[in-house]
Design a protein around this ligand. Structure first.
Ligand SMILES: [Fe+2]
Length: 276
C-alpha cells in the first residue's frame, strides 16, 4: 500500500539522497567544493524548513512532507553541474525541472501515494520561479512558499559568507560567472524601488545579483522567516558589501521601511498551517 510520509520513509529518502550525491566525485578541489556546498545547503534547508514548519504549527506528517521537499529541492544541481559545469540555469537548464525529472526517472518517491508525490514535485518545480502561479492547489502553493522561504534563508547565509570571504578565494560558480563591473542595471533598480523581486534575466553583474538577493525580502511568506532575516542581519550584511551610491541607498531605505511596516502592521504576512 502507498503511504503518506512517516519518519521511516523520510530516513529511507535521506539514505537515497546520500548515496545519490556520493556518486558525484571530482578530483579537482574546486569542483568537489561546489558539490559539497550544495550538499551542505540541502542539509541546512532541511533544518530551516523544519524550524519554520514547527513555528507555524505543522503536524508530524506535514513536517515530514516539508522535510522531503527540502531534501530534494536542489537534487537537480548535481546532475546540472556534471552535465554543464555551471549552476547558472540561464547557461544550462532549469535545475528545478531537472530535479523533478530525476526523481521521476529513478522512481524515488514510488513508496508515497500519488497525491503526496504530486505535491513534492510541484513544490520543487516552483521553488525557483520568480513568481508562483495563481492557478494551483492551495496545498501546493503552501509548500512552495515554505520551501522558497527556507531556501532563501540558507542562500542568504551562504552568499553573505562568500561575499565577506577573501576576494582571491572567490568561486566563480557561486557568483554565476557574473562580471564584477561597476553600477547596477536599470531594470534591477526599477523592480526594487517598486518592491518587486528582480527577474534573474535582468542581472548583469555582481552588484545586480546582490541586489536581487536583498530583494527576496519582498517574497517572504512566513513570519518566522522574517524574524530570522532580522535577527541574522542579512539585509544589513548585503548593504555592507554593496557600493555607497544614491540608487543603492534608496533601494535599501525602501527595503528597511518595508520590514518596519511589516512589524508595525498587526497581522503581517503570517500565513500559517490553517491555510492548508
Ligand atoms: Fe536551494
Amino acid at each position: 500500500m502507498k503511504s503518506v510520509p512517516d519518519k521511516r520513509i523520510v530516513n529511507d529518502l535521506k539514505n537515497w539522497f546520500i548515496n545519490y550525491v556520493n556518486v558525484f566525485k571530482y578530483a579537482d578541489i574546486e569542483l568537489q567544493q561546489n558539490i559539497d556546498v550544495k550538499r551542505t545547503h540541502t542539509e541546512r534547508v532541511v533544518e530551516e524548513i523544519i524550524n519554520i514548519g514547527k513555528q507555524i504549527g505543522l503536524n508530524d506528517t506535514e513536517l515530514n512532507l516539508a522535510e522531503i521537499i527540502a531534501l530534494f529541492h536542489d537534487i537537480g544541481r548535481f546532475e546540472q553541474y556534471k552535465r554543464y559545469n555551471t549552476f547558472s540555469d540561464k547557461k544550462s537548464e532549469n535545475h528545478a525541472e531537472l530535479g523533478a525529472r530525476i526523481l521521476t526517472e529513478y522512481n524515488v518517491l514510488g513508496m508515497l501515494d500519488k497525491e503526496t508525490r504530486k505535491l513534492i514535485l510541484c513544490s520543487i518545480k516552483y521553488h525557483n520561479r520568480p513568481l508562483l502561479p495563481s492557478r494551483e492547489s492551495i496545498t501546493c502553493l503552501f509548500y512552495s512558499r515554505l520551501i522558497r522561504d527556507a531556501d532563501k534563508l540558507d542562500i542568504w547565509r551562504l552568499v553573505i559568507d562568500h561575499y565577506l570571504s577573501d576576494y582571491n578565494c572567490r568561486n566563480v560558480a557561486l557568483e554565476l560567472e557574473l562580471p564584477d563591473t561597476p553600477g547596477i542595471s536599470e531594470e534591477v533598480y526599477k523592480a526594487l524601488v517598486n518592491k518587486h523581486i528582480v527577474d534573474i534575466k535582468h542581472v548583469k553583474n555582481i552588484n545586480d545579483i546582490k541586489l536581487l538577493q536583498a530583494g527576496w525580502i519582498f517574497d517572504i511568506n512566513f513570519k518566522p522567516t522574517f524574524e530570522a532575516v532580522k535577527n541574522r542581519r542579512y539585509i544589513e550584511s548585503l548593504r555592507d558589501v554593496l557600493p555607497d551610491t544614491i540608487e543603492i541607498t534608496e533601494i535599501f531605505n525602501i527595503i528597511r521601511s518595508y520590514i518596519d511596516n511589516y512589524y508595525r502592521s498587526s497581522s503581517g504576512i503570517n500565513l500559517d498551517s490553517n491555510q492548508l
